[in-house]
Design a protein around this ligand. Structure first.
Ligand code: NDP
Ligand code: 8X3
Length: 247
């Protein structure tokens, strides 16, 4: 039985990923800050299948503690799913809240690289895999995207850069870059369920399950195949975005 370490498993893409991997014979370390949701996941799927690791990914000491406390059966990580992340705010850069910018950089960039660095020796030893959730926001820019877009451009490129460093190790690395997925993402970004409902209304957006199914497909490909990057959007979203202003 293989083991996945899935960050951000209390909601959205990460939650669907743990459910999907476990349904397909994996064990999962499920992380997030909301203990009660992790407890519910363990109760739902079984303590032999899910280990709850409750910590803030920005807290390196807590991360070290969680890694050291992985029980037997969960410590041999074969797949790291770098998923935990968030956007805060949609204000233009000139009005943006600096605390929001720090939160996104600390979570989407710093925490991701720290965790990846710490698990790399084990992943190399086990010829494992890394799948990271970047975003189309890292490739196609929109107003108010600013630091979120920059953090996801970093995520997309860091993940691809790992491919180069891991050349010859057998470790597979994939950057998944989704467009609109209806999760708690927009509630977290705006602080408003109404804003989230308004954004996704009529779009027929992707679901966390769509991305989880993509992760499962990539994770179960034959070991000689590597999907480098994959970009997904709902049919009703596209990437045409040029604007002009006239004086
Ligand atoms: P959700 O808000 O539904 O889930 C985000 C998850 O990240 C939660 O489990 C949350 O756990 C966790 N998380 C956030 N901050 C921290 C932290 N400091 N420490 C630990 N865990 C944290 O959003 P999604 O499922 O949509 O987002 C998952 C990833 O997908 C993100 O990286 C996002 O940028 C990316 N993405 C999302 C898209 C979308 O349209 N939804 C599109 C493209 C990419 P908790 O709050 O319990 O700590
Ligand atoms: C989030 C995707 O399209 O909402 O990463 O910016 S989008």
């Amino acid at each position: 039985m293989k083991t996945a370490f899935v960050t951000g498993a209390t909601a959205g893409i990460g939650l669907a990923t743990v459910r999907t991997l476990v349904a397909n014979g994996w064990r999962c370390v499920a992380t997030g800050r909301r203990q009660e949701r992790l407890d519910a996941l363990v109760a739902e799927l079984g303590a032999d299948k899910v280990h709850a690791a409750c910590f803030d990914v920005r807290d390196t000491g807590a991360l070290d503690g969680a890694l050291a406390a992985l029980p037997e059966g969960f410590s041999d990580v074969d797949l790291l799913v770098n998923n935990a992340g968030l956007a805060k705010g949609l204000s233009p850069a000139q009005n943006a809240d600096l605390d929001d910018w720090h939160t996104m950089i600390d979570t989407n960039i710093t925490a991701m690289v720290v965790l990846t660095r710490k698990l790399l020796p084990l992943l190399i030893e086990r010829r494992g895999a890394i799948i990271a959730i970047g975003s189309v926001a890292g490739s196609y820019l929109y107003p108010g995207g600013n630091v979120y877009a920059g953090s996801k451009a970093f995520a997309n490129h860091f993940t691809l850069a790992l491919r180069a460093d891991l050349h010859g190790t057998g470790v597979r690395v994939t950057s998944i870059e989704p467009g609109m997925v209806e999760t708690e993402f927009t509630v977290v970004r705006t602080g408003s369920q109404q804003a989230s409902d308004d954004l996704y209304r009529g779009v027929n957006p992707m679901t966390g399950q769509d991305i989880a199914d993509t992760i499962l497909w990539i994770a179960t490909l034959p070991p000689h195949l590597n999907i480098n990057r994959i970009e997904l959007m709902p049919v009703n979203q596209d990437f045409a975005g040029f604007r002009v202003a006239r004086d």
